[in-house]
Design a protein around this ligand. Sequence first.
Ligand code: PLP
Length: 459
Amino acid sequence: MYPALDKELETFERRTPKSAEAHKKNLKRIPLGVASNYRAYDPYPIFVQEGKGGKFRDLDGNEYIDHNLCFGAVMAGHCHPAVMSAVEKRLSTGTMFGMPHNMEWELAEEICTRFPVEMCRFGNSGTEVTMHCVRLARAATGRDKIIKFEGGYHGLHDAALVSVKPHPPGDDFGDIKNPKAVSGGMGVPKASIANVQIATFNDLETVERRFRENPDEIAAIILEPIMMNVGLCLPQKGFLEGLRELCDKNGALLIFDEVKTGAKLGWAGASEYFGVTPDMICLAKSIGGGFPLAAFGTHKRVMQLISDHKVFHGGTYNTNPVSMAAGLAMFREVLTRANYAHTDKLSAKLTEGYRKIVAKSGLQAYVASAGVNGALMLYPAEIKNYRDWLAIDVDLWRHYWFGMVNRGVMPQPYWWDEQWTISVQHTEADIDQHLAAFADIADSLATAQHERMGAVAAH
Ligand SMILES: Cc1ncc(COP(=O)(O)O)c(C=O)c1O
């Protein structure tokens, strides 16, 4: 730590005593005092009271412009009127039946016209749909192994929790040209880990190597087309196309985990944005407008395995009418071309504004941006993979985050692997306030960075 960061933390603690108190209470009954490990941070997390539009208020009454938006799951913004009205209507007509209803084909139709898939099934979380896609791919190919990228996050099931945080990086990650499969935490069976072949993002050679080493054994490659749990790491030119070719050549399926990018990159997600068509798409987060809703889609011939009862898919909460009403409102009234034009404009304004402030302050950083997402990347040059991302100066990042929070802007979720989300309800004024807060702390960040780099150089 260093004095400027200490000062921001002191201010944070002075502004948020009720969160500290609430967290203490939670700790007695709930591990880490939070419901998801990602919500825990030092000294304690902010406890929320309420949210509306692009803002929320904490227990102490502090107001924040919200670019966390539930880890990017509420591109609609809080309480979007179209979503609220659709949901309110459903709340008084039955919330769960476990029986089919008419909104199912309506939403399936919306998804299959927007994304390059012929059929889809629904679920409630990103974890669920990436799990079902992996299983379907295994069934469709008769192979057990998958390729995933080091650092890529696809949820919490056994096939996904490999070579991903929260495992501390260390020597056991192996050579970057031959990364090892490492458990993402205790309790993941060794047999599962053995079925996950790890490659390096933006490095096609490492992917080719995995196919070569495991001939006719790889069922699928799963990836986020933009790696969004290392800040924001874009695929280099030709990378996604190369993966498509390698899958075709080796009889494997290409799974785009679009849990984040599906809604937030643009009208039809990553396949439209990059012009590369996967075999399977996983959707969740922002398609539900603040309600648990997820979907996975693929070719008819692959879904036939579910129709033939060869692959099992089910779930009590699947297509519950409340989430489905929210999803329909999202596709028809929120994720519209007009709203994307609005958020694109705000995104350009925020990104350009950050770039100007970074340049003026002398901070060694760049600003990554795609669709409604973006991040201040505290690196001298663009990162290309998980290993590059590890070089972050965590204290400097904490200085940025707490500094912004103390100025009434939650610039992104806590954790330096995350990114900001702009909601359809944000306004130009919100972006101005966001930029003013950043301008207010940029010099202090730059000074701290130079001092810290000087100190490192001196050792
Ligand atoms: C790319 C990606 N895939 C899957 C998941 C898991 O989604 P969920 O938290 O809804 O299970 C996440 C969550 O952050 C994600 O970012």
